[in-house]
Design a protein around this ligand. Structure first.
Ligand code: BT5
Length: 327
């Protein structure tokens, strides 16, 4: 018996009851089998009221992402047509890289409720408590390897716009891979790839987005710099809706990106919170201070130092300086 089918029948009858006999007929199983399945749902956290003369009624759902609800309305061409959903995993990126290696289709998404070994860049950790979104997408862009950084920028554009559309929160992008709300980190992107000498084989675009986390679940060191959508809005959010918005924006922007990279670079310029600010860039063993002037067509950050020399930085960590941080 399909659990999602049973849940759908219970959901439809949310205002009333559905009898065990009706459920058994709809699902093509015995009433005892229905009862057993209802008990199993209760163990997963669903609240189901059973009234002998009336039947069953769904009164509470656990706060989990509903892939079934998501897929009913998902309007994408490539991204998220196939979704691997797991409650807990070491890292959705690691799972997606293995799936890509084994031939999973372009657009396949891996979604987890929590991660036990969430990864940031350069061996750092992405803290992954329940209540947020952890997502990795398999892409197979027909591009040379040096274009890979543009995929991170494309992902950041899609995420910032999805957050704006789904929640009204003015999310911005800090180069290269941070999603910020009022200068605090609400999300991060991690792009991993497998490449031949001159061409990309596959890319995994990973995204962590803080939605409903309990702020105390974050370690001390991060609490002061991180935020969540719920904290910003003052109320919890339906993660299934946010996830749908993310997949739809990613679908749109990936298509635009393959058509013309300039579209992504221009959108990035509109949504970023980096350009025009004094920054300190810690990258590849060097420290650079100056004005963040622009991004170039490879997605590198162009920083102009006080003496007028310009540097194009390919990778690094940016600190947005306040006036008081300036020498
Ligand atoms: C990132 O790295 O920002 C990339 C994060 C990507 C996470 C996603 S989740 C799904 C997929 N699967 C994975 O295993 N990873 C991807 P980086 O720029 O290196 O930033 C990491 C730093 O952000 C940490 O060192 C902390 O300071 C901070 N941080 C960690 N967890 C955070 C959180 N939940 N919210 C805000 N900041 C966090």
């Amino acid at each position: 018996m399909n659990k999602n089918h049973l849940l759908r029948l219970l959901r439809v009858s949310r205002t009333g009851y559905i009898s065990g006999a009706e459920l058994a007929t709809e699902l093509g199983v015995s009433r005892t089998a229905v009862w057993k399945r209802i008990r199993a749902l209760e163990r997963e956290g669903y609240g189901i009221e059973a009234v002998p003369s009336k039947g069953y009624r769904l009164i509470a759902s656990p706060d989990l992402i509903s892939i079934d609800d998501l897929q009913q309305e998902l309007a994408t061409r490539v991204i998220g047509r196939d979704i691997r959903y797991v409650t807990s995993v070491p890292s959705t990126n690691t799972t997606a890289m293995a799936m890509a290696q084994n031939g999973a289709a372009e657009g396949t998404a891996v979604v987890a409720e929590t991660q036990t070994g969430g990864k940031g860049r350069l061996g750092r950790t992405w803290v992954s408590p329940p209540g947020n979104l952890y997502l990795s997408i398999i892409l197979r862009p027909p591009l040379p390897t040096h274009k890979a950084p543009l995929i991170t920028l494309m992902g950041a554009v899609a995420v910032a716009l999805a957050v704006r559309k789904a929640t009204g929160i003015e999310a911005g992008i800090k180069w290269p891979n941070d999603i910020l709300v009022k200068d605090r980190k609400v999300g991060g992107l991690l792009t991993e790839m497998s490449a031949e000498p001159d061409r990309l084989k596959h890319v995994v675009l990973g995204l962590g987005l803080n939605v409903n986390q309990d702020h105390d679940a974050l370690p001390d060191g991060i609490r002061g710099t991180a935020t969540s959508l719920a904290e910003t809005r003052g109320n919890a959010m339906d993660r299934t809706l946010v996830l749908r918005a993310l997949l739809e924006e990613l679908d749109t922007w990936y298509e635009s990106f393959l058509r013309d990279e300039i579209l992504v670079l221009n959108a990035w310029r509109r949504l970023n919170v980096t350009l025009g600010r004094e920054v300190a860039v810690n990258g590849q063993g060097s420290m650079l201070r100056g004005l963040a002037k622009d991004i170039d067509k490879e997605g590198r950050l162009v920083v102009v130092q006080a003496d007028g020399t310009a540097h194009a930085v390919a990778a690094g960590d940016v600190t947005l300086l306040k006036r008081s941080d300036m020498p």
